[in-house]
Design a protein around this ligand. Structure first.
Ligand code: 1PZ
Length: 215
């Protein structure tokens, strides 16, 4: 029989992956970043099939980055910093309108990066929530403050509809599979600063290179 534990997701693992993203010189390892995203997608899949249109897009983007990592120029993709430098220096990025490079690492990662801001805002809300807090409300507030600004109307509608299918706080905590609500809070307290740091380092890098609005 398949051990249930192998199938079970635990948020702790995912959050630990984000911890290993940053090098001592504050570079972000793409391999770990992608692994973190894989875990988040697994988590999302545990929440129900309404979220599959969201996870499909995330999986697509993860795959594009993995292909870069495993491709012949993989050595340039070890960190987000080296990726940005390589792609910009070699003119492998569409800067103002979509064209020859719809799968550049820079534009692909930017989409996940923006979603990471959503995650940060959502987890912050979860951390300060109480038993009667509404996960759908927390989720859509976080979304409206972040990702929504980059999404067309039709996507915002679809996302908004999916949010209402989110399980309540207690179930949400169960799916996280890290233990009691107190333990969930402790894990969030440990990891939120790391996610924020990964987000901020990436944000600064993209800002310095003027690539925060890649098409
Ligand atoms: C727990 C509930 C999950 C809520 C997640 C909130 C994010 C909602 C995003 C809904 C959009 C999904 C449909 C795809 C949209 C794409 O058009 C955009 C832009 O990409 P482009 O078209 O430019 O190639 N894709 C994105 O914005 C990336 C979205 C990734 C979302 C990952 C969420 C991960 C959540 C982790 C759960 C803990």
């Amino acid at each position: 029989a398949v051990a249930l534990e192998d199938l079970k997701f635990t948020l702790q693992e995912v959050l630990d992956t984000f911890k290993s993203c940053l090098s001592e010189h504050k570079e972000v390892f793409l391999e770990h970043y992608v692994a973190g995203w894989r875990g988040l997608v697994r988590f999302m899949n545990c929440l129900g099939s309404v979220f599959s249109f969201i996870s499909k897009d995330a999986v697509n983007k993860i795959q594009i980055l993995v292909n870069h990592l495993n491709g012949e120029n993989g050595a340039h993709y070890v960190t987000i910093q080296s990726m940005v430098k390589y792609e910009l220096d070699s003119q492998l990025v569409d800067l103002t309108k979509r064209g020859s490079f719809p799968e550049s690492g820079c534009r692909t990662l930017l989409r996940l990066h923006r979603a990471l801001r959503w995650l940060e805002l959502f987890l912050e809300r979860l951390q300060t929530s109480t038993e009667d807090s509404n996960t759908s409300v927390m989720c859509s507030e976080a979304y409206n403050e972040s990702l929504a600004q980059h999404h067309a109307w039709i996507i915002r509608k679809a996302a908004g509809t999916a949010f209402w299918a989110l399980p309540g706080r207690a179930t949400f905590f169960d799916v996280m599979n890290v233990g009691s609500p107190e333990q969930v809070m402790a894990v969030l307290g440990d990891t939120l600063p790391l996610i924020s740091e990964v987000y901020q380092v990436t944000e600064d890098l993209y800002a310095q290179n003027n690539i925060l609005e890649l098409p």
